[in-house]
Design a protein around this ligand. Structure first.
Ligand SMILES: [Zn+2]
Ligand SMILES: [Zn+2]
Length: 261
């Protein structure tokens, strides 16, 4: 179980477009395809039945096959939210979320090359949990270098200002200030959930409800991050559930039984 959340972000400073609806997106979710603990099917059903999200993205580490599987299941089912393909790519400078992509982006490439590959596919690039001390993350220097690139293909599109995991907790004020004063990137919030209880604990508000609306809002800089930080208890529970999932991987390797992810 999630337990109690440790803090709540200051009241939502929302964009209000006259008479417009605001959508909720959580675009950073892990499944059993990487180090998450739920299958793609479990994730989709959880989002449908237990959250009010309008839009999600499956973003497993260094792979896109889980997201592709999610798209198949999503197309075959009746879901009231939209789904975008994604990947959390480890660059030589830290983690970057690639959204609206169709093919896997390789890991451990220089940041400008990764950003170019994402944009060449028509995708957008988001700095995941930037400036986090213990998780591979873009630091101030990398963020500044990317944003001073002359070619737009080598720049980021958005920055994750709200990430409720242990990785996203530190240096929040510093991150917000850097973006407000210097970077001027689209500001998003994502749960970075590795367990079902974490899904939708942080999100992005955007005018509209569809994936196209989300994308337009990133470009127009009208997104707003929101959410609540996880308690230490929840962080411990994530590790516990990840251990159970690893045992599930191992059992499957020893004796494969049907579709397990
Ligand atoms: Zn990450
Ligand atoms: Zn992640």
């Amino acid at each position: 179980m999630v337990g109690r959340f440790s803090a709540v972000l200051a009241g939502p400073d929302l964009v209000t477009r006259a008479g417009g609806r605001l959508g909720k997106a959580d675009m950073h979710l892990h499944t059993l395809y990487s180090d998450g603990t739920a299958s793609v099917q479990e994730l989709l059903d959880h989002v449908e039945q237990r959250t009010d999200l309008d839009l999600i993205a499956v973003t497993d580490h260094e792979r896109i096959d889980g997201a592709v599987r999610a798209r198949e299941l999503h197309a075959a089912g009746e879901y009231s939210f939209e789904l975008v393909l994604g990947e959390e790519v480890t660059t030589r400078r830290g983690h970057v979320l690639a959204l609206f992509i169709s093919e896997r982006i390789p890991a451990l490439r220089p940041l400008p090359e990764t950003l170019e590959r994402i944009h060449d596919q028509g995708g957008i690039a988001i700095a995941a949990h930037p400036m986090a001390p213990l998780t591979p993350s873009l630091g101030t220097r990398s963020l500044l270098a990317a944003q001073s690139a002359t070619d737009a293909h080598h720049r980021l599109d958005a920055i994750e200002l709200m990430n409720p995991s242990a990785a996203g907790r530190g240096r929040r004020g510093e991150r917000e200030r850097l973006n407000r004063e210097v970077l001027h990137l689209g500001a998003v919030g994502n749960s970075d959930a590795h367990v079902l209880d974490g899904v939708g604990t942080a999100w992005t508000w955007f005018p509209g409800a569809s994936a196209a609306d989300y994308r337009a809002a990133i470009e127009e800089r009208t997104t707003r991050p929101d959410g609540r930080y996880w308690s230490n208890l929840h962080n411990l529970d994530v590790y516990r559930q990840q251990l159970i999932a690893k045992a599930r991987h191992l059992r499957h390797t020893l004796r494969p039984t049907g579709e397990w992810r």
